[in-house]
Design a protein around this ligand. Structure first.
Ligand SMILES: NC(=O)c1ccc[n+]([C@@H]2O[C@H](COP(=O)([O-])OP(=O)(O)OC[C@H]3O[C@@H](n4cnc5c(N)ncnc54)[C@H](OP(=O)(O)O)[C@@H]3O)[C@@H](O)[C@H]2O)c1
Length: 252
């Protein structure tokens, strides 16, 4: 088992674009969704020969580094025993509009990643890849050393797993800023300064104003250096509604 095969659970906007970045970095990926591998043929043919669709069991058995890219409530369905010992990248953000009301989410004292870690008690959950939108995630990736390379915040309790994830981010085009243990991961949750907006140019940011889907899909990213990520992460203020809000797009 090596980290040259990346498992991805969830094949939607974020899962597919993490797959694209990993493949561009020379890695293999194995990916699943909720409906079964036979429904992923179009995506696999788009991703090329380094990608395979599989069942969730085969994804987990194929890799020690697995990206969780499912809607937040689905974390409770993830198989605890099979995922034991694995390093998991938690990209999951809670959006009540999309995910439904979940009164058990208490962001004022528990980060959502801590809930994922509690469920997957024997896995190493690392918070990362949750604070940039799927379009800019793909378009803003840069090789190591590039002057316009961005950084992403990372949090986790297990140092080795965190190191593995930081190395993975480096391979797929990003520097990292270590926020500390998972209890600090609230600092990159929805509504915080480092969440989504800084990675977009303000004139195209749906946070600043309504934009069309077309503009959203084509808008360039903005470089957010490691130093800026550190400032933004430290400026975060905790409160009881750190939930995502879906963008309202203007008519095309
Ligand atoms: N979109 C972004 O820009 C972005 C950025 C950062 C973080 N995130 C977070 O990433 C997560 C995924 O978001 P998304 O936008 O990629 O959503 P999405 O496009 O709706 O994709 C969700 C994927 O999860 C799969 N899925 C759902 N339940 C599953 C289960 N129990 N087992 C295996 N696969 C399952 C779905 O499979 P089916 O299609 O077969 O149902 C689908 O492939 C969310 O928690 C979101 O907050 C998203």
């Amino acid at each position: 088992m090596t980290n040259t095969t990346i498992g991805i659970i969830g094949s939607g906007m974020i899962g597919a674009n993490v797959a694209r970045l990993a493949i561009a970095a020379g890695l293999d990926i194995v990916i699943c969704n909720s409906r079964g591998p036979e429904t992923l043929s179009e995506l696999i043919s788009d991703l090329g020969s380094n990608a395979n669709a599989a069942t969730i069991e085969d994804v987990i058995n194929s890799s020690d580094l697995i990206v969780l890219a499912v809607p937040f409530p689905a974390y409770t369905n993830l198989p605890v025993d099979l995922l034991a010992g694995k390093t998991l990248i938690d990209t999951l953000n809670y959006y009540p509009q999309r995910d439904g009301e979940m009164p058990e989410v208490k962001t004022e004292h528990t980060a959502t990643s801590e809930m994922v870690q509690s469920h997957l008690a024997n896995s190493h959950v690392i918070r990362a890849l949750n604070n940039v939108d799927f379009v800019r995630l793909l378009s803003s990736a840069r090789p190591a050393g590039a002057s316009d390379r961005s950084a992403l915040p990372v949090a986790g309790n297990d140092p080795l797993s965190k190191d593995t994830v930081i190395k993975f981010l480096d391979k797929i085009g990003y520097d990292a800023f270590d926020m500390g243990p998972l209890s600090e991961s609230w600092r990159s949750e929805p509504t915080t300064p480092v969440y989504v907006a800084p990675y977009m140019h303000s004139e195209t940011s749906y946070v600043a104003q309504k934009v069309t889907v077309e503009i959203f899909k084509n808008a360039p990213g903005r470089t957010v250096t490691r130093d800026e990520v550190e400032i933004l992460v430290k400026a975060a203020v905790r409160h009881d509604k750190m939930f995502g809000k879906l963008p309202e797009f203007a008519q095309d």
